[in-house]
Design a protein around this ligand. Sequence first.
Ligand SMILES: [Fe+2]
Length: 343
Amino acid sequence: MIFEQIATGGCQSYLLGCDDSHSAILIDPNIAQMDRYLGFAAKDGVRIRYVLDTHTHADHFSAAKELGKTLGVPVVASKLSPAPYADFRLDDGEILRVGNMRLRALHTPGHTRDSMCILAEDRIFTGDTLLIGGTGRTDLPTGDPDQLYDSLFGRVLKQDPALLVYPAHDYKGRSHSSIGEEIANNPRLQKRDRAEFIAMMKQLNLDAPTHLTEALRTNMSGGKTVAQLLSEASAHVPFVSMAELAERVGRNDLGLILLDVREKDAFVSGHIPGAQHLPRGQLELRVNKELPDPTRRILVACEFGQISTLAAATLRELGYVNAAALDGGMKAWREAGHPVTVL
Ligand SMILES: [Fe+2]
């Protein structure tokens, strides 16, 4: 078996390849590491045939949809997954063949309703059902400690004790453990009585994960994160440095249309000398009147340098081939002590 464990902070992703066919599957990919997974696949000489999520993640952004689309391969998830982009849904006990490897899905609800573990030869990918020295939490949407009890004590822990456990998370830099080690040492598994286990899970009082709403929104719908939207926009937009703009302002000749896309109040209270005002919210409505020449060089500015990127991308899409965005925003401009016009 060709095997890579790729960590992003505490999130663990796995690339699993068949030695004979060089077909591979990517388990629990994270959007931040997309290029890295492709790099690993190239290094290992495997072709990713499937992308799989063990469950709907609430703490990171899944790359499953994006990679499935990029690679033209199915996104595998549990039959109970709410993700509309999951196009290969595994039922409990079903086997997915990846080259000559056989991966068996074990439905293990509890951390989420759609949680599953994947058995592959000598190892089990436990998602957030079983962690090293812990278990997944059950207080997030669709979590259920009663179901987790059944999934752990009735299913996962009944597997071969020698099976290697590879979880979806580990925050202490550990790579894996085994079912036997977890039965013996995992503090949460020492509560073997159902009622005691449930009471313990209900008393954990954990902080909500960062980006919870955005992670659930994007992972359940296949929609984009704000960071993705910005990164896609910036891939199609050239940037102009604040130093260059300051120099143009200094010689009193901008030589371009400087477009401030903030709201009116912000513009009135201070803008870069010579800037023209066209709020982002009215861009498409007023663009024909305000910017009649699509060949003019347009430099878009906003408060933090993010909305201006989106606005510049929109302008380029509309045919303003020379639209660019300021690398930075008004906040940085003011802090650098550059001149400001107040109306
Ligand atoms: Fe999770």
